[in-house]
Write a protein that binds this ligand. Structure first.
Ligand SMILES: Cc1ncc(COP(=O)(O)O)c(C=O)c1O
Length: 397
């Protein structure tokens, strides 16, 4: 049986080049980057050269990047750090209804314990932000706007440059969670017009447990983690040298391959969608076909549960997901699909296929071959599925 991985938005395998780059920092060059002797200096040098590589990709100064332990930490740092440092300006925070929990729960925490007044702006049926509502919601009291670059469940890419204009006009900081876009599409902080940008290693074939946060020079922000003077007093804790080196190497390679890989993945995604659409009735695509991550396809299969589809796919050797990794496993319908106006009963039958480097036409064709029978079988067991949804030419599929 094949083993096909269609869950790259959840995580990715470490690519060999990244692994090769990081290994020396576990044994031969194991120094603490704060130590003054040669071993320490080598570690320090590795971190600084990694910082330069990320800065070149983001189009910023190396000093504007700090390394963190994850995308989640970067989001927390950006949101809480800016909120705490700008209390004199106001207590307004603004985000969208489709953010990752790393952003949502940071907002909720600030609302509950620190008097933040948060506004959650809606999206349209494609998952794109309602710019009119955003314009109305930003006020001089607003301290920070946090809008994700692309959504992890449906792949919709937000018009950040336009959002930035709205924030600039009110002198409000703009943070973006670019965990799903960094290395996949362009993330030039100047073109996007953002003040803070979060990214994570394990979505781009670097290991788990390393991330970074871009903080534009001059941004008023507090540290989240206190301790030693690491990262110029902005993020305490002995640096994960090996992880940082691997992140930079993976980022470099992802950027080199980005444009060709984006075209290839978009081709695979469309092949998958066309194949499923031809063979299975009562399905719909969720997301913004015109502005979407190249490898992400979210499909709702009516009358059945996403979880049972995933289990059946797993038996056939295909790994996919029913939403964000954190919410799959619960039967709560996705907050993202709900915000896009997808009815609950349809949202519950949704599957996210997120394609990546090692996927091929054959992988996609295998899924197109296996899924119709899976869907037909599950619909036959469903009390709400009409007969024509699981029959082809009068027979069960
Ligand atoms: C959009 C988005 N933000 C943040 C995160 C969290 O990143 P990490 O897993 O590095 O904490 C994820 C991971 O799924 C994500 O998809």
């Amino acid at each position: 049986m094949p083993s096909i991985y269609f869950d790259h938005n959840a995580t990715t395998p470490v690519r060999p080049e990244a692994l090769e780059a990081m290994l020396p920092y576990y044994q031969k060059n194991y120094g603490n980057a704060s130590s003054l002797y040669a071993l320490g200096r080598a570690a320090h040098q590795a971190i600084e050269s990694s910082r330069q590589k990320l800065a070149a990709i983001l189009n910023c100064e190396p000093a504007e990047i700090i390394f963190t332990g994850s995308g989640t930490e970067s989001d927390n740092h950006a949101i809480k750090g800016v909120f705490f440092a700008n209390g004199a300006k106001g207590s307004g925070l603004l985000t969208s209804k489709i953010e990752h929990h790393a952003v949502f729960h940071s907002f909720e925490y600030l609302e509950k314990y620190h008097g933040a007044k948060a506004v959650y702006v809606g999206v349209d049926q494609d998952g794109l932000l309602d710019l009119e509502s955003l314009t109305q919601a930003v006020t001089p009291e607003t301290v920070l706007v946090s809008i994700m670059h692309a959504n992890n469940e449906v792949g919709s890419i937000q018009p950040l440059a336009e959002i930035s204009k709205i924030c600039r006009s009110q002198n409000v900081y703009l943070h973006t969670d670019a965990v799903q876009t960094f290395g996949k599409i362009e993330t030039d902080v100047k073109k996007l017009g953002v003040d803070l940008l979060s990214l994570s290693g394990h979505k781009i074939y670097a290991p788990k447990g390393v991330g970074a946060l871009y903080i534009k020079k001059g941004t008023r922000i507090h540290p989240l983690i206190h301790g030693g003077g690491h990262e110029k007093n902005r993020r305490a804790g002995t640096e994960n040298v090996a992880g940082i080196v691997a992140l930079a190497r993976a980022a470099e390679l992802a950027t080199e391959e980005r444009d060709t890989e984006a075209v290839r993945l978009a081709g695979l995604r469309e092949r998958l969608w066309q194949g499923l659409k031809e063979k299975i009735s009562h399905i719909r695509r969720n997301g913004s076909p015109g502005s979407s991550l190249p490898g992400t396809l979210n499909v709702s299969f009516e009358f059945i549960e996403g979880e049972s589809i995933l289990l059946s796919l797993d038996i056939k050797g295909i790994a996919a997901s029913s939403g964000s990794a954190c919410t799959s496993g619960s039967l709560e319908p996705s907050h993202v699909l709900a915000a896009m106006g997808v009815p609950t009963e349809i949202a519950q039958g949704s599957v996210r296929f997120s394609l990546g480097r090692e996927n091929t036409d054959q992988d996609v064709d295998y899924a197109i071959t296996e899924l119709p029978a899976i869907i037909s079988r599950l619909r036959q067991m469903s009390p709400i599925a009409p007969k024509e949804s699981y029959q082809i030419n009068g027979k069960p599929n």
